[in-house]
Design a protein around this ligand. Structure first.
Ligand SMILES: Nc1ncnc2c1ncn2[C@@H]1O[C@H](COP(=O)(O)OP(=O)(O)OP(=O)(O)O)[C@@H](O)[C@H]1O
Ligand SMILES: [Mg+2]
Length: 358
């Protein structure tokens, strides 16, 4: 086969390989640079804006898999990458949802520290400010946002070709959750690729319409869901929720490292259940220790967004399906929550501007 024919065939195959981070094939992203023949070998040079070797290795593996079906390619093609920053623009455009303003992810290392509570109240606070908000409950292991908003019921595929999912709408928030796909007490054993597919559907098959904010409520830890999210879409910022004690903080540090690895800017740290004010005598006690969130924020050099007390009404509002900032609109704690939300909103704006200009 001549070099030209090789090049045509290679481009054809690259045009069928999807990039692991973007929903585009390698040719659409402009990754082909050159093909050279040196002795018996063909040297394929690819452009990439991403110096991360792990991604390059994954791309190479996809190419090798595709070339394995072409006998004249087997063992003959060497693949190399060169960094080309100009690809960045194309990639970034491809990683956004065209009608969605900002994407914010709520994470923690440890479970049960209040991510979903924060996500629910953030969403409702933004709606109270007149924003259009979507909430994606990506917690496969314990999807709880449905109950926190008092909504249930399966989401059905609809539209032409049954490809669209219409979100539930509760308290003005459009929401999807794994709990809307499963029976009430159905247990889930989903492996990485299936989880990735589900997150992809939640992002791209849900008819979100125009949104100012899409909020991801992540499962605890640093697993497949987090990775899929970051691979599928440009996240404008991550928020870390922690309780003040050391065991939670250690895990929160891992969550912050995860955001750094995934190149998601961290908007700040929220300390939840920071103190308990006795309803009868008014004494404040630091049940889970003191100032852990602040220390974490300063250690990882991100803003401290605020402290939310441990308060029975917060738990109760979750139980009755009415997020706290709606249920107890005029309480001092609701005010604190709204202030935290404003900080998150403005930090996400700055973060988006910074990402766009970089
Ligand atoms: N500040 C608070 N005061 C009182 N109860 C709270 C507070 N924050 C959260 N809770 C309650 O604690 C429980 C756990 O909170 P939540 O579900 O928000 O945590 P999570 O981090 O999302 O948990 P998971 O890791 O399981 O997803 C819930 O019952 C919630 O109502
Ligand atoms: Mg949760």
């Amino acid at each position: 086969m001549s070099l030209e024919k090789y090049e045509i065939k290679i481009k054809e195959l690259l045009g069928k390989i999807e990039h692991p981070l973007y929903q585009k094939n390698l040719m659409e992203l402009g990754m082909f640079s050159s093909l050279e023949q040196i002795d018996e070998k063909f040297h394929l040079l690819l452009k990439t804006s991403n110096p991360d070797r792990k991604i390059q290795i994954e791309i190479e593996a996809r190419i090798r898999k595709s070339f394995a079906n072409v006998p004249s390619f087997v063992g003959k093609v060497k693949i190399k990458f060169e960094i080309d920053e100009s690809l960045k623009e194309k990639e970034a455009v491809n990683r956004r949802l065209p009608e969605v303003g900002k994407i914010i992810a709520i994470a923690s290392g440890k479970g049960g520290v209040g991510k979903s509570t924060v996500a629910a109240n953030l969403a409702v606070s933004l709606v109270q400010e007149g924003k259009k908000v979507g909430l994606l409950d990506a917690d496969i292991y314990g999807p709880s946002l449905g109950s926190m908003f008092g909504v249930s019921g399966k989401l059905e595929l609809s539209g032409d070709g049954k490809n669209s999912i219409y979100p539930h709408i509760a308290h003005g928030v459009k929401m999807v959750s794994f709990s809307f796909l499963l029976g009430k007490s159905q247990a889930v054993v989903w492996r990485g690729p299936m989880l990735g597919k589900a997150i992809e559907q939640f992002l791209f098959q849900v008819v979100w319409g125009e949104l100012d904010y899409l909020i991801f409520d992540l499962p605890p830890g640093t697993g497949d869901v987090q990775l899929s999210m970051a691979q599928l879409i440009q996240v404008d910022g991550g928020v870390i929720v922690t309780t003040p004690q050391n065991v939670a903080l250690q895990d929160a540090r891992r969550a912050s490292q995860m955001f750094l690895n995934l190149k998601v800017p961290i908007l700040g740290v929220i300390e939840n259940m920071s103190h308990f004010v006795c309803p009868s005598c008014g004494t404040s006690s630091h049940i889970f220790s003191k100032n852990g969130g602040k220390t974490l924020a300063s250690d990882i050099n991100v803003p401290f967004l605020g402290s939310i007390p441990l308060q029975e009404e917060i738990m109760e509002s979750g139980e009755k399906g009415l997020p706290f900032v709606l249920d107890q609109k005029s309480s001092p704690t609701a005010k604190v929550c709204r202030e935290i939300c404003q900080l998150i909103a403005s930090a996400s704006q700055k973060s988006q501007e910074a990402q766009r200009s970089s």
